[in-house]
Design a binder for this molecule. Structure first.
Ligand SMILES: [Zn+2]
Length: 313
């Protein structure tokens, strides 16, 4: 696979979520905001104690990446933040056998991203940056509150006596929203890496990768597999994308995500975001102008999920 990690990337200064939000995400966010009682749930479930528990649990059992700790990975984070025009959040690496990454945004605290060791084992540096870019997308879109709620709902369903009853009303819609939000954040992964093949490769490895199999996987065949869904009409595809579960690796969702990202990479909206913007100079981290004119852009079955597993990827 061509590694685009060394190519100069375009700095997306002034980028905001509306420049790349997937239409299904926009729709699902509106639906979610109108759910009765959800605000109360957010206030009670995401109360200070719950938040604090998850915050501590995450940061106490992970390694914080920085200039002197895994500096290569820290460099990928800092570069992705520069490209996406975002403040650098904390990044933690957590020892875990399930390949996953997620973002935690807690009121009044610095947001952070967690990447599991088993996911890093599957990926090269450019692909890891795509994962980081995806998580930064969640921050860029302020997905944190709903994502954290979705994850807490999953835990509550599996652990509280009345969890499943309590959650029935919202769960399907919140999980639908999570799936739709993923499409937006895959776009952020593309904007961070500026290489659609890198993003597709991550999705391929999430679908059927293992440390042994990953080097043998054929990306072109996987992209062809993803593009085979083009025969389905837009409306049918939209319904399918919303309904599919993301928490079963055997499910074709990553394939459809690859199809979505390959289509957006060819879309004029994506192309125009990259035009007339400064390039990141790799050697000193300063930006060079590509053009004087700096235009503004825009011209699961959760019950089956083991407790404590987060669903963001
Ligand atoms: Zn995500």
């Amino acid at each position: 696979m061509a590694d685009n990690g060394s190519a100069a990337k375009t700095l997306l200064i002034g980028l905001n979520a509306d420049h790349f939000r997937h239409p299904l995400d926009r729709q699902a966010t509106q639906t979610l905001k109108q759910l009765p009682g959800l605000d109360v749930a957010i206030r009670s479930l995401l109360g200070p104690m719950g938040e604090q528990f998850f915050y501590l649990e995450n940061i106490a059992a992970s390694v914080l990446v920085g200039p002197t700790q895994l500096p290569n990975i820290y460099g990928l984070l800092v570069e992705a933040c520069r490209v996406l025009d975002l403040e650098v959040p904390q990044l933690y690496i957590k020892q875990h056998p399930v390949p996953n990454a997620y973002t935690f945004a807690m009121r009044g605290k610095q947001p952070f991203v967690v990447v599991h060791t088993s996911l890093i084992e599957l990926l090269n540096e450019a692909e890891l940056q795509a994962v980081i870019g995806h998580e930064l997308g969640h921050l860029k879109c302020d997905h944190g509150v709903y994502l954290t709620l979705a994850n807490l709902l999953t835990l509550a369903t599996s652990q509280l006596p009345f969890g499943s009853v309590l959650m029935q009303g919202w769960q399907s819609q919140i999980m639908e929203w999570v799936r739709c939000a993923e499409f937006t954040c895959d776009r952020a992964a593309l904007l961070a890496t500026q290489d659609a093949r890198t993003v597709a490769s991550v999705l391929m490895k999430l679908s059927g990768g293992s440390p042994t199999l990953s080097p043998q996987l054929n990306l072109d065949a996987f992209i062809e597999q993803a593009n085979s869904y083009d025969a389905i009409s837009e409306t049918e595809m939209g319904e399918m994308l919303k309904r599919l579960k993301t928490d079963e690796l055997s499910h074709p969702v990553p394939v459809l995500r690859a199809r979505e990202i390959s289509r957006w990479a060819a879309n004029p909206t994506y192309q125009s975001l990259l035009e007339n913007r400064p390039l990141l100079n790799q050697s000193n981290g300063q930006s060079n102008r590509r053009s004087d004119k700096q235009s503004q852009p825009g011209s699961s079955n959760p019950a089956k999920t083991p407790a404590g597993s987060w669903l963001n990827w």
